[in-house]
Each structure stands twice: as C-alpha cells, then as structure tokens.
Ligand binder design. Structure first.
Ligand SMILES: [Mg+2]
Length: 454
C-alpha cells in the first residue's frame, strides 16, 4: 500500500518572452511556466503533475495547490483510486475553496495539477503509461472515473457506457497502430507565432514541410493587412494543392461581429478552422460566428475553441448549442484526467472531433496520452494534435515526433516529470547561484512592460 506523505508545489518559469516564443494576438510576452505538484509517498514512487501558465500568477496556482494538499496527505493511493469519480467530487468539495471557483479559475488550475499528479503516481505504481491505464480498464471502470453531476442532461452514465462498449470494436487494430506510433498525427505551430520575422517564418515552415507535417497553425488577429501578409507567405511555402491543411488561431482578440468580418476577409487562404475567435465563455457568440462563417466564397470555415474553457459544463453547452466544429480541451486547465474523460465522452456523443490544446510547456507530454485514449477507448477516430518544439529537453521523458506522428509514450506515468536541475534553474523567484531568475540576464524580463502603454 502506498501512502501519500507530502505534497510540494514548485513555481517554474522559462523566460520564453526573450525570443517571443508563444506570442500571439492576446499574449504578447509569455514566459512559459508550470505550477508543479510533486507528491512524495512512503514508497520509492513519486507523483508529478503540473498546470500551465504564462508567467505572473504562477505563484497563485502554487498557493492554491498548497491549500488543496491536506485533502490527500495521509491517504492511501488505493483508497483514492478505488472509486475515482467519488474522489474527484471529494477533491472539488472543500466548500470554502469551492467558493473561489467553482470549477474554474486558480483553484481549478491547481486541481488539474493535483489530479494529474495522482494519475502519474498511480500509473507509476502500475508500471504503465497513463494512456495504457485507461485502455486496460473495462468500460464500467472508465465510466466510474467521471463525475456526471452537471452534465447528465447531455450525457448519462448509461450513454457513456454504450459509447465505450461500441468503441471496443476494432480495438486490437487500433492498439497495433498505437504501438507502431501511428495513432496521433501532429500539427505544428512552430512557425506561426506573431513575433517572428518573415525569414524566420519561411525557414521554420519549410523545415516543418521537410519533416513531414501535413497540418500547420498560424496566429492571427492583430491587423488585417499584417495577417494577409503572413498568410500569403504561409501559402507560398505550403501551396494550395499539396494536401497541406492550414489552421488559424485568434486567441480571443475579437468580438463576435469582428470575428465574422475578419475571417470572411481571410477565407481566400482556405483555413480549416479559426481557433478562439472570441471569449471562451461566449457559447452563443461562438454559435453566431459558426453561422456567420458557414458560407464564404471560398467554402465554410470551421470554429474551434477549448484551451481556456474552464470545465466540462462549458464544453457541454458549446456542444448542445451547436456552437463549434472542433473542441480543444486542455489537460490541466480543467480538473485533470477525470474531467478530460468527461469532455471526450461528450464530444463523442455529439460527433465533434477533439484537437487538445498543446501549445505550452509540458502540454504535449500530457496530451499525447489524451489523444491516444480518445483514439483507442472513446471515439475510435484519429485526431490531430498540436506539437510545439520548445522546452522538451527539461523533461525526463519528452514527447517526440517521427514522420509527423507522436511517438507513443511507453514509460510508466504521465510524462511531465521534469529534470530536477531544470526545476532549480527555472524556479521563481529562486535562489542566487541556482536560479536563472537571479541572474543579470533576467533583469530585462523582470522590468519589461506588462501591457501596452495606456
Ligand atoms: Mg490557441
């Protein structure tokens, strides 16, 4: 029996704002960061989970993690995993902490890290990667991982069971593809950040073409002429008739009517979808945008969102309202594996494909498991998954791409355990002589403007 002894939070920040990696229409200077949750036990096993942020505020999530820790310290892993749906409800039921959510915000980001660290620990004790833990469950066991409160008007446990039983057909063939690294095609955003020069963009796009990628995503949404200039460059490299799919991402910069007008003007570049055209909370707004883009002279443009959708309830409403063509759940903005399973099941029920959000430190490490679970256990369909080629070197088992596909992770756990030296190097505010944040170089980042001047 493994008993949880302590939980430590670590505030880790990589200074990506130095080269504008991750920059987009809304987020001008992100420092890719992770609030780590590290579980220590009375055994040799440890659990590692994290949630992604882009810098300032990471300390708030670490503080929230410290507040959630007493819910699991002293508990046995067997007790916590015996009825996962019940455990998940328990972890969201400290009413004083729930008041500063519920199911959203800082407390929910921290919950994602905590729940995922428990899955990492559990998978390590079972000697399996997380995707395999779920794949080896019976449909009944998968259903028991989910808290159906607030979603049963759209998806009942019986619906979920029927979906999972039906998807078992063809499972062996799909498992063979998983083990041959053919289950999760990747798309790249590496060339698409707004802060990159034309030369850097061309070079990175060509590099991605040479590496075998078929799907490419670019940031848009600052200025229409600038977007047209960048999309012209992209299509010059990718062409229109070479089977290369282009996706666009506005990171919430538009109101509903602006989104429709702006995207109608970019339709000639034939994007598959526009991601986050407006506020992630605006379900009816997304429905209006989808309707407004269902016809353009160049064909319809699909609507995608999800990386900042805070919980399964928002996803439920987006699906019920017919507001989106693609949903993009994040592995740790929602409450970890259990809530993602609820969202995958909802997506399958409504026949909408998933494209999990993966643009951030540690996210590809997580989402490779989630896309594999969706393919093998829930939808039975392949989807594409974002791959951002940054910062993987800091992880013990980094996500890898071969021939445009994710290499299925086989190591036990959830793949986000970071090299201890990297954690120390990027700990904020950190110690002098240990942390990058105490060096002279860090001053430029620490004193950079936080927002556009008034
Ligand atoms: Mg995005």
């Amino acid at each position: 029996m493994v008993v949880i002894k302590s939980i430590k939070s670590r505030d880790v920040r990589c200074p990506t704002s130095l080269d504008k990696t991750g920059s987009d229409g809304m987020n001008l200077s992100p420092d890719y960061s992770a609030s780590f949750c590290i579980i220590e036990t009375d055994s040799e096993f440890t659990g590692h989970g994290m949630t992604f942020t882009i810098g300032r505020g990471n300390e708030l999530v670490c503080g929230a993690l410290d507040l959630l820790a007493p819910l699991v310290v002293g508990k046995s892993l067997d007790d916590l995993t015996a009825d996962w749906g019940k455990t998940w409800r328990y972890l969201t039921s400290d009413s004083q902490l729930r008041w500063i959510g519920p199911d959203k915000g800082v407390i929910h980001l921290a919950l994602g890290a905590l729940v995922n660290s428990l899955w990492d620990l559990w998978a390590k004790t079972l000697g399996k990667p997380v995707w395999r833990v779920v794949a080896d469950m019976t449909p009944e066991e998968v259903v028991r991982c989910v808290d159906f409160r607030y979603i049963s008007d759209a998806l009942t446990p019986e619906d979920a069971l029927a979906i999972l039983q039906e998807t078992r057909i063809g499972r062996e063939d799909r498992l063979a593809k998983v083990l041959r690294n053919e289950a999760v095609p990747a798309y790249t955003t590496s060339a698409g950040w707004l802060g990159y020069s034309e030369d850097k963009m061309r070079t990175l796009l060509q590099q991605s073409v040479d590496e075998g990628f078929q799907y490419y995503k670019l940031k848009v949404g600052t200025d229409l002429d600038e977007d047209r200039r960048r999309l012209t460059i992209a299509r010059e490299v990718l062409g229109y008739d070479k089977g290369k799919t282009l996706m666009l991402d506005a990171n919430q910069v538009w109101s509903v009517s602006e989104a429709i007008a702006h995207m109608q003007s970019l339709a000639e570049f034939k994007p598959w979808f526009i991601e986050e055209p407006t506020s992630p909370d605006d379900i009816l707004g997304h429905a209006a945008i989808r309707k407004g883009l269902s016809y353009t002279p160049h064909g319809p443009i699909a609507v995608a969102t999800g990386e900042m959708c805070q919980n399964r309830i928002i996803f439920k409403q987006l699906l019920q309202a017919g507001a989106v063509d693609v949903i993009q759940p994040d592995a740790c903005r929602v409450g970890g594996v259990n809530e993602v399973l609820a969202i995958l099941l909802l997506a399958k029920k409504f026949g909408v494909p998933i494209v999990p959000h993966s643009g951030g430190i540690g996210l590809p490490e997580y989402t490779q498991h989630l896309s594999t679970i969706d393919y093998l256990v829930v939808s039975g369909r392949k989807s594409v998954l974002e791959y951002v080629d940054h910062l993987h070197e800091h992880f013990l088992h980094p996500a890898r791409i071969e021939k445009g596909h994710y290499v299925t992770p086989l190591e036990a756990g959830y793949s986000v355990e970071m090299n201890p030296a990297s954690i120390d190097h990027f700990t904020y505010p950190g110690e002098k002589g240990k942390s990058w944040w105490k060096t002279k170089e860090a001053e430029a980042v620490l004193t950079a403007p936080r927002v556009h001047p008034l």
